[in-house]
Design a protein. Structure first.
Length: 155
């Protein structure tokens, strides 16, 4: 695909540099092996924001964001890792801190992230908890005990 010159901000839904600096550390690191990554995660996030804002379909994405299948594939991977929920929660905490409030949930309720997101260490612990929860959900394997309680139907 021909490289298209990146402008600072093409659409109103594009991330600003300040917003990108806050969420860039949350993006998955490139793998050690295999083909180098050709997609920029900033463009994937911009594409998802464009989709949500405009209401268009995947195949109607402008060419600036890359091929729609690439964006769709990375969207599925990032959603599976709960990245969008993490971005939302981190942004909420930062907004509350900037407004002079506590970085926790309001009104004496549970803090964001199930009671473990207080302070910088708390945020890291909360992110680790989210990763282990996602791994546990994905890593569940059927066992013989499961088959006794929920036998598989023949095809």
């Amino acid at each position: 695909m021909a490289k298209i010159a990146k402008k600072t901000k093409r659409y109103p839904s594009d991330l600003t540099d300040e917003e990108w600096e806050r969420i860039a550390p949350l993006m998955p690191k490139p793998g050690r092996r295999g083909r180098p990554r050709e997609v920029e995660f900033r463009e994937v996030i911009n594409a998802v924001r464009y989709l949500v804002r405009s209401g268009c379909g995947w195949r109607m994405l402008p060419v600036h964001f890359g091929h729609w299948r690439t964006v769709y594939g990375w969207f599925g991977e990032l959603a599976r890792r709960f990245l969008f929920q993490t971005i939302h929660d981190v942004e909420l905490m930062l907004d509350r801190e900037r407004a002079g409030g506590e970085p926790l949930g309001g009104g004496g309720g549970q803090p964001i992230g199930q009671g473990s997101a207080c302070g910088n260490k708390g945020l890291r612990r909360w992110q680790e908890d989210r990763r282990t929860q996602a791994t546990h959900r994905r890593g569940h394997r059927r066992t013989a005990v499961d088959d006794q309680h929920h036998p598989r139907r023949p095809l």
